[in-house]
Ligand binder design. Structure first.
Ligand code: DAH
Length: 343
């Protein structure tokens, strides 16, 4: 009895499925023949009332039927889907102009920094660095700037709130702290540069910002002189600007060098004649330089008068401004994409 019923369902189902012409109709048939309220499902539910023997044979037939109907359903579905695929609507116009991708790139200051590092690497210099939040010891004391020394006032300093630590902490005012950190761990001879961010508590104008970059150089051995300082600087500038650059040393004072110099290069925008980039001076002030004071060597534990070294701390922005002819240092940190995108 049940077997006949099942066979009848199967025949009806297959016939109707084969005749169907849309996916919606096909779905209706799936519900009609195999759905929860279908005759077929009712038969399955009633199997439990049969004898074990009957249950076995009818169960097998029901199972085979279900599998067959499902596979015919699936086949029909595939066929209908292929038929209804709308090629015209799905057509892709490969000649349409693509959306332009916005690609990021390095900040001009990073570019300059990497360029400087490459040049100094090629001259046998190592790259060193140190923390931007620095202790009073590394930023001042070890650099021969004692607590009560007037030279402390040369740099307007951001002092950080005392967190109960023994030592006072600053936003470093110069990359010269890296000299100390490096020398504490190394013995001469060596040559390093240390590019990094520094901070000054001062008002800003076209050539001054509260946050800027320096790159420190330090070369130490037993017979280093101002001649080495000049030579290395000239080599660097000619590679960096791809032009001969004139340099000028003016006597100055820094506690960590003796003698000390202000270091200028001739203005490459006007060739030294005077223009707005060099503020009509014909020269551009890059930073300080000098021969390392023996007190500094002593602070890192080197024996006095055994070594000689030169050092400098140049402004990275100043070099970038000269190279790219930028007339306001504050543009670098403005976040203005119209500026950044030009590089
Ligand atoms: N640290 C100094 C400053 O920021 C610049 C400087 C002067 C660095 C002389 C040096 C140096 O290494 O030898 O004003």
């Amino acid at each position: 009895m049940l077997e006949e019923k099942i066979n009848k369902i199967k025949e009806d189902a297959l016939a109707e499925i084969l005749a169907v012409e849309s996916l919606a109709q096909l779905n209706d048939l799936r519900i009609k023949f195999l759905g929860r309220k279908s005759e077929f499902t009712n038969i399955l539910k009633s199997l439990k009332d049969l004898t074990e023997q009957e249950r076995k044979t009818v169960g097998q037939i029901a199972n085979a039927t279900k599998i067959e109907v499902e596979s015919v359903l699936a086949e029909k579905e595939k066929e209908l889907k292929e038929k209804s695929f709308d090629f015209a609507a799905e057509k892709i116009d490969v000649t349409m102009p693509a959306k332009k991708l916005q690609r990021g790139h390095l900040h001009p200051l990073s570019k300059i920094q990497y360029e400087i590092e490459d040049i100094f690497n090629s001259m046998g210099f190592e790259i060193a660095d140190g923390p931007e939040v620095e202790t009073e010891f590394y930023n001042f004391d070890a650099l021969n700037i004692p607590k009560d020394h007037p030279a402390r006032d040369m740099q307007d300093t951001f002092w950080l709130k005392d967190e109960g630590k023994d030592e006072k902490v600053v936003m470093r005012t110069q990359t010269s702290d890296v000299q100390i950190r490096f020398m504490e761990k190394h013995t001469p001879p060596f040559r390093i540069i240390a590019p990094g961010r520094v901070f000054r508590r001062e008002s800003t104008d076209t050539t001054h910002d509260h946050t800027f970059h320096q790159f420190e150089a330090l070369m130490v051995g037993e017979d280093i002189t101002v001649g080495n300082l000049k030579f290395v600087a000239e080599q660097f500038f000619s590679k960096f600007f791809k032009a001969d650059v004139e340099i000028r040393l003016r006597p100055s004072y820094f506690p960590f060098t003796e003698p000390s110099f202000e270091f200028d290069i001739n203005c490459l925008v006007c060739g030294g004649k005077g223009c707005s980039s060099c503020k009509w001076a014909g020269w551009l002030e890059l930073g300080g330089a000098g021969i390392v004071n023996q007190n500094v060597f002593e602070a890192v534990g080197y024996p006095r008068n055994k070594y000689q070294g030169f050092a400098w701390g140049f402004g990275l922005e100043r070099l970038a401004m000269m190279k790219y002819k930028i007339d306001d240092v504050r543009l670098f940190h403005s976040g203005d994409l119209r500026f950044i995108k030009q590089f």
